[in-house]
Ligand binder design. Sequence first.
Ligand SMILES: O=P(O)(O)OC[C@H]1O[C@H](O)[C@H](O)[C@@H](O)[C@@H]1O
Length: 489
Amino acid sequence: MTSASSKKNQAPESVPFLRDSAPDRTEIRACGIKLDISRQRISAADFEGLLKFVEKKGLLEAHRAMVQGATVNQGEHRQALHTSLRAFSAEAPRYDEVLAERKRLFDFAQRVRDGRWRGCRGDRITDVINIGIGGSEMGPRAVWHALRTANPDLRLHFLASVDGVLLERILSVCNPRSTLVVVSSKSFTTRETQVNATAVDQWLLDNGIVGADRSRHMVVVSANPEAADIMCLPPENRFRLWNWVGGRFSVWSSIGLPVVLALGTEAFTEFLMGANEMDRHSVSADEGENIPVLLAMMEYWNATKMGITSHCLLPYDERLRVIVPWLQQLEMESLGKTHGPDGHLVEGNTGLEVWGANGNEGQHSFYQWLRDGTGRTSIDLVWSEMPGHRYAEHYRVLLANARAQAEALVMRGPESPFFNAVSTIVLDAVTPRRLGALMAMYEHKTTMLGHLFGLNPFDQPGVELGKRLSRSAERGLDPKKALAEASAS
Ligand SMILES: O=P(O)(O)OC[C@H]1O[C@H](O)[C@H](O)[C@@H](O)[C@@H]1O
């Protein structure tokens, strides 16, 4: 065995639990969320040192500057004002534009919901197809999965990938006369969305919905002022989004339209209010009492000091299942980088690989690896103190599993070089308000980590290169040649 590999297999000198030396530092409550970091692997002394480090790094000052409208997306010279999208005070930057657009969005959604807006032959809208991918799909899909009723009046369908199977399945259950299509794309240049929008438009056409009639069945959501024109729709069929909102932070904007349509304006307002509550907590609470700061700080510790490379999100609640892919995009597109905004190479590990699944199902699948495999993993277990159903026995068993696994996942021989660091996140209920707070919490954790790692969390140059190469491949260009051309330009 080489000395390097034998070192890798040694137990780290100390992997204590925070609860061993600082039991009074382990639980924080805010916005209906209880964070328990007692099973994080850090001593009281290191924890205090880490808090000092975070203060010295000006983490909260940087966070407040973002909320107040500083140009924090240095690469693209933009603000990142997703917090303004859920602000309820005129002091928030760009408040007037946000409010005006939200009013348009809500008026439209209300008309669809109460039947004043109908299909071109007078049918009530029963189905909404959201065409969009990445940030233009994952947020609304996660919210819909969390808050939908079992038998909704209005059904949502998410057409994201450019895969004809999905297209066929969705179209086969929709009646074009009672379907509204929402084409969501911040840039309005994403190829998958273009191809899907053209196919669904053709479906409308094949079903006799042409000319002016189309405008009863299709709207666009985009930051691109040409979007309505591109789809040959009147300008009023476009809902705005702005370049100062990152795609993966955009569920609070017009990108949320499908959920506003399906859940109503009241529920969406509650969702925004929950996020706003978390925003206020994040800018005002001291570092040691600040939920997003503590999450970011512990992940920074795990990535840079504990040799942990992956983060696993395990919701013990069916409603939160789709939060996993949403968080995966949020964290991995934001923090999957090795270079700082000025081009310098960041030392050490940066953003973790994010994965996960419904926790209870995971127990019968990959928990074996989490407990006994050769990995070190940071884990969030999430559950709610209120079930979303009336089956008491189901809830009792599910909760018993969640609580037991929080402990089982950190029980391993002290000599093992492999271990987990677990946080539990407990919501008092899964309501629109709490969901808003939970999603805003993860957004802040992510952007704060960007600051700690020295990365710009708001760009995605790697994805954009991939997009360019796919276009070249479509034109028949060898991807290797295209890559050489792209790097030369
Ligand atoms: O909304 P669009 O402009 O169509 O972009 C959709 C998605 O495209 C890429 O994958 C980006 O990396 C994502 O951040 C973005 O959300």
